[in-house]
Design a protein around this ligand. Structure first.
Ligand SMILES: Nc1ncnc2c1ncn2[C@@H]1O[C@H](COP(=O)(O)OP(=O)(O)O)[C@@H](O)[C@H]1O
Ligand SMILES: [Mg+2]
Length: 313
């Protein structure tokens, strides 16, 4: 394993009685794209805010490049993006003016600010819009300006908290390209997302957060492998057949689509399964094989954890 640049150990955070982070552990490799994947309210932003020194954890360790985010926050700040989602872009200024202003506010020299502004406008395809007021920008352009600002001081680590939420598909694709480009330039990217597809497309490593804990971690491929190879999928037009089939076979039931997904074992067990259905006079409408997607993984992990949770309660 390469050197890790972010280390999180047994990190805990509660608001009153509400436990948000319940002992997080993970490492992020230098120069990689790491995705923290979780549903709304899972604790993604809380994690980002602790790592970027904006709030303090109750206990545990969060370190960037070996510096503790609480005790050595000044050193951490020099390694990370200046603004992230907290960029206060001024609507009335132009894109260029915003970059210049933020550069000066962050004590970069006049010469460096000018140079970085021109580079970033170019890199983020904002050169043509540089002299236009930000209030005329599209959602995608604003996000790009936001990230450009956060890159002014050439940070080692950049936090992108749900960078594509609310963007149209084309702007989302552009943002993905841009994130990949940043990673090529050697920046470590800590991304949070609710979209499995996004994590699948971008991340070298994915950590799934649920109920304040990392419930699974690995590459997209590793996560997909975890739940096995191909799945057999049976669908039923007939409700009665669908209900009876559920009694006879072990599988994941998708009520809305009247579909049952089954992990395929040997050819023999597959034959037995179809025979059993046939003997009971149940004929599926369709029988197909499907490779697992990250969605399957997510469903699998979260439903398994929920079951454990209710069993322990
Ligand atoms: N300042 C706060 N005070 C009280 N509760 C908070 C605060 N910030 C976040 N929370 C709660 O913590 C949980 C996780 O929030 P957050 O980290 O924003 O989740 P995510 O970014 O994954 O959607 C939510 O239930 C949220 O309501
Ligand atoms: Mg959030």
């Amino acid at each position: 394993m390469k050197e890790s640049i972010i280390s999180v150990h047994d990190l805990k955070k509660s608001y009153g009685k509400h436990t948000v982070l319940d002992g997080l552990n993970f490492e992020v490799e230098c120069g990689s794209i790491f995705a923290l994947l979780g549903e709304n309210g899972a604790g993604k932003t809380t994690t980002v805010r602790i790592l970027s020194t904006l709030i303090q954890a109750d206990s545990g360790i969060a370190a960037i490049a070996g510096y503790d985010t609480h005790r050595e926050s000044e050193s951490v700040k020099q390694k990370i993006s200046l603004t992230g989602q907290y960029a206060s872009v001024d609507e009335l200024l132009t894109g260029e003016e915003n970059l210049m202003m933020m550069g000066r506010l962050n004590h970069l020299s006049r010469h460096l600010v000018k140079k970085r502004t021109a580079e970033l406008l170019e890199q983020f395809e904002l050169t043509n819009a540089a002299k236009k007021q930000v209030k005329t920008y599209s959602g995608g352009m604003r996000r790009r300006l936001d990230i450009a600002i956060s890159l002014l001081a050439s940070p080692k680590v950049i936090f992108l908290d749900e960078p594509t939420t609310g963007l149209d598909p084309r702007s989302r694709k552009n943002m993905w390209n841009l994130i990949q480009q940043l990673a090529k330039d050697g920046v470590t990217i800590f991304l949070t997302t609710q979209y499995l597809e996004e994590a699948d497309q971008l991340a070298d490593k994915i950590a799934v957060i649920d109920n304040g804990k990392i419930v699974e971690e690995g590459t997209a491929e590793e996560l997909k492998c975890m739940i096995g190879e191909e799945k057999l999928e049976l669908t039923f037009n007939d409700l009665y057949a669908f209900q009876n089939a559920q009694e006879l076979i072990q599988g994941q039931v998708h009520d809305n689509e009247r579909r049952i997904s089954i992990h395929t074992g040997s050819t023999e067990s597959l034959r037995q399964l179809l025979n059993t259905l046939h003997e009971h006079g149940i004929e599926p409408s369709t029988v197909t094989f499907r490779k697992p997607t990250l969605d399957d993984v997510f469903m699998d992990i979260t439903s398994r954890k929920r079951k454990e949770h209710s069993a322990n309660a």
